[in-house]
Structure formats: C-alpha cells, structure tokens
Design a protein around this ligand. Structure first.
Ligand SMILES: NC(=O)c1ccc[n+]([C@@H]2O[C@H](COP(=O)([O-])OP(=O)(O)OC[C@H]3O[C@@H](n4cnc5c(N)ncnc54)[C@H](O)[C@@H]3O)[C@@H](O)[C@H]2O)c1
Length: 393
C-alpha cells in the first residue's frame, strides 16, 4: 500500500522543536513532510528553518493553511491558544506537555508563589474544558506528547499488565534534573507552574496511563485518580541554599522540588517525585508494585551501556546522557537516548493516527486528568499536604 503524505508545521523553534524534528525524520509508516515553522518573534524560526531547509512562516494562520498536522512546541502559556486555533482550522495537533494550566492574568505583579492555588485549579479546569470542547467541535484531534507513555519500558509494562490482568497496588517514580535549560521555565506565567507540573507530569502521566490500561484490560473501564496529597519546595531559593554552581538557581516564582501522592478510585496509590536539584544526569524511572509482579522501568539512566573514561577531555565530542555534569569516571551513556525516552515512538504513532484516525495511547483525556491532578496537588501543597479531591474527565 502506498504511504500517505502528512504535511506538518512546527510552532516554536527551541529545544522541543529540535527533538520533534529529529523524531519526525525517523517516521516510517507515513511520509512526513515538515513544511515549515512559526514563532512569535520570528528570528529563531528563520534560523531553525534555514538549518533544516524548510519555510519560516510569517503568521500562524499561513502555517495552518499549508499543513495537516501542527506541532505545538511553544511554552505552556500558549498551548491552549495555539491548540484551539489549530483545531478551529480543522488540523490535528501534537501538543507538548503540559497540555495547559493557569499562567495568571497578565498583570505585572503576578507571582506564582502567592497565586491562590484554588483559583489556579479553577482556571486550569476551565482551560482544559475549552480545549476538550474545541477538540469535540473540530475535525482534528489533540495528540498529547507525553513521551513517557511511549517509552519502550512503559509499553512493555503495558503488555505485562494487559496479558496478566495485574492489579497495580503502588507505583513510585521520579523525574529529576539539575535544572531546566529554558529561561522561561523559571516563571510561572510562562510554564504554568514549577517542577511539579514541568517534570512531575511525566512520571504522573505514565502512572495515570498504566492505571487506565489496567482498568480497561480487566473491566473495560479506566481506573482514574481520586485524590492527591502534595508538598512543594523552592530549595534553590532558600536563603540558606549554598550555591556551588552545579544546580540552576535563578528561578523566579516556581517550585524546584515536589512530591505527589495520588489515590486512585480503587484505593491503590502512586507516589511521584519531581525535582530540579539532582546531579549526575537526568534521573527518570517508574517502579510498579503489582499483585502478581514487580517492574522497574529505567528510562534514564539505564545500564544498556556503562563506560569508564579516565580523562574528561577525551569525551569532549561525545554525547553521553542529558545533563551529566562530567564525563570522567564511570558513566551510563545512552546508546539511543531518544528511543529510551519515547520520542520517535510517539511521533510514529501520532503521524499514523493522523492518517488512519485510530486512537492514540496519549490523548487529550489523559492530558486533562494529568493537569487536573497536578493543579489539585498545588492546592494540597498550599494546605501543607491535606488531601484534595481530583476532578476527572
Ligand atoms: N517532552 C519533553 O521531554 C519536553 C522537553 C522540553 C520541553 N518540553 C515542552 O516543550 C514546550 C517548549 O519548551 P522548550 O524547552 O522547547 O522551550 P524553548 O524556550 O527552548 O522554545 C520555545 C519556543 O517557542 C517560541 N514561542 C514563544 N512564544 C510563542 C508564541 N506565543 N507563539 C509561537 N511561538 C512562541 C519561542 O520563540 C521558542 O522558539 C514546553 O511546553 C515544555 O514543557 C517538553
């Protein structure tokens, strides 16, 4: 059968736009054609376009007219607006994480730390609903770019759960970095929150996904989150923090450490840690304690490769693993970091679904429940860890 061409366009030209493009190049089930890119400022779009031999569009609307599929790789503050506009133009949308949230009222004195988290939850739920409504009215769909769902270890665990009828009793997982590369990440008004949403969305997304898989496999209905307890901290902004220069510490009004404890409808639980204070390379893992097995999904680092290098300089041209501080001594080079992370697999699935109309594992419903859980967790953190009920979709 002849492969169908999928014309796509990318909104954003930064870090995520970079790995989206790389992953599109590997799509094999359809014929992807990246037509062009658009950013609000334009300068970075031109540079991005030139480096890849694609077009830099002057307006978002012109990009929409030229494509079937839109990648949203702009900061979280703009996800709703861009996604809804693309859906209104009848396009499918690959929306980066977090799908949406609340980024304030635009006032100069807005501060994420003092923001009422109850108000933030209310506004975030309204934003989710607007996106779901726009999707319902559109010929297009939202594909939610939660790469953890497509990470090979999480997909293998899906198979184990489906084929053994496992009951997941407890999941615990973490996404940890030594800080984000993006300047805007430090501001709630751009990122819709701190590390609890920015990084916590990944392991939480995988946990909510696997519980959904379990419910569907056994009883034909998803098991959804019921309540959440959380704490957040801003460790690098404490007056007592002793900065040695290894950890990013110029955040404006966001949390850099968080812990969420989620209770599901069936009484089972997930504990999710996210932080920006961990040295030694990005640390992404999820452990599943089930009634009939136990699995540890090591996304990053993993022991696919272990290397000893006596001299840092020798590895100057060698990429080892994201955010490692040094390449000297023992390290865990990822032979294909993107593959372990699920980036190529999510693109393959989204491009295929944009042609076939088939369901995707990471959809707007999963994204909605992730955002709702995290904003309920922010309310809990404001109440110093009191349990808060989660509104589900
Ligand atoms: N899934 C992952 O592993 C992963 C990793 C990094 C970032 N992300 C997500 O990707 C999104 C972008 O993050 P990033 O790291 O690429 O940021 P970045 O700062 O590197 O790039 C953001 C890009 O968006 C453009 N932009 C800003 N405002 C815009 C607007 N209103 N309209 C159009 N373009 C606009 C900027 O010019 C820039 O090119 C965030 O939501 C982030 O959470 C996901």
């Amino acid at each position: 059968m002849q492969k169908q061409t999928v014309k796509s366009g990318i909104i954003g030209a930064g870090f995520s736009a970079g790995f989206h493009y790389e992953s599109i190049l590997g799509v094999s089930g359809t014929l992807p054609e990246v037509v062009g890119v658009y950013t609000a400022s334009g300068d970075d779009a031109r540079e991005y376009a030139e480096a890849r031999g694609i077009r830099a569009f002057e307006t978002r609307e012109k990009l929409f007219e030229a494509v079937d599929l839109v990648h949203v790789c702009a900061p979280a503050a703009f996800h709703e607006e861009i996604t809804v506009a693309a859906l209104e133009a009848g396009k499918n949308v690959i929306c980066e994480k977090p799908m949406t949230g609340y980024c304030g009222d635009g006032s100069d004195d807005f501060n994420g730390e003092t923001l009422s988290k109850e108000l933030a939850l209310e506004k975030a739920l309204e934003s989710i609903q607007r996106m779901l409504d726009a999707e319902k009215k559109s010929d297009g769909r939202i594909f939610y770019a939660e790469n953890w769902v497509y990470a090979p270890s999480i997909q293998k665990e899906r198979e184990v759960i489906e084929k053994t009828g496992a009951q997941i009793l407890w999941m615990h997982g973490e996404e940890a970095h030594s800080g984000s590369h993006a300047y805007t990440y430090g501001f709630w008004k751009y990122s819709a929150g701190g590390v609890m949403i920015g990084k916590g969305c990944h392991p939480l997304g995988a946990a909510l996904y696997l519980k959904r898989v379990e419910g569907m496999a056994r009883d034909g209905k998803p098991i959804r989150p019921k309540s959440v307890t959380a704490r957040t901290h801003a460790l690098t902004r404490m007056p007592t923090f002793r900065d040695e220069g290894h950890i990013r510490s110029n955040y404006h009004d966001i949390d850099d450490f968080s812990i969420m404890h989620v209770e599901f409808e069936d009484g089972c639980i997930a504990t999710i840690i996210a932080s920006d204070i961990i040295l030694g390379g990005i640390h992404n893992w999820l452990e599943v304690a089930a009634n009939n097995h136990r699995t540890l999904c090591n996304i990053n680092p993993n022991t696919a490769m272990q290397t000893y290098n006596p001299v840092d300089e020798n590895f100057k041209d060698i990429y080892v693993v994201e955010k490692t501080g040094t390449k000297q001594g023992w390290s865990f080079p990822s032979p294909d970091e993107d593959w372990f992370t699920g980036y190529p697999q999510e693109m393959e699935a989204f491009y295929r679904a944009s042609v076939t109309g088939e369901p995707v594992e990471s959809d707007s419903n999963l994204a909605a429940n992730i955002i709702s859980t995290i904003y309920s967790a922010y309310v809990s953190a404001e109440r110093k860890g009191a349990a808060v009920d989660v509104t589900t979709f």
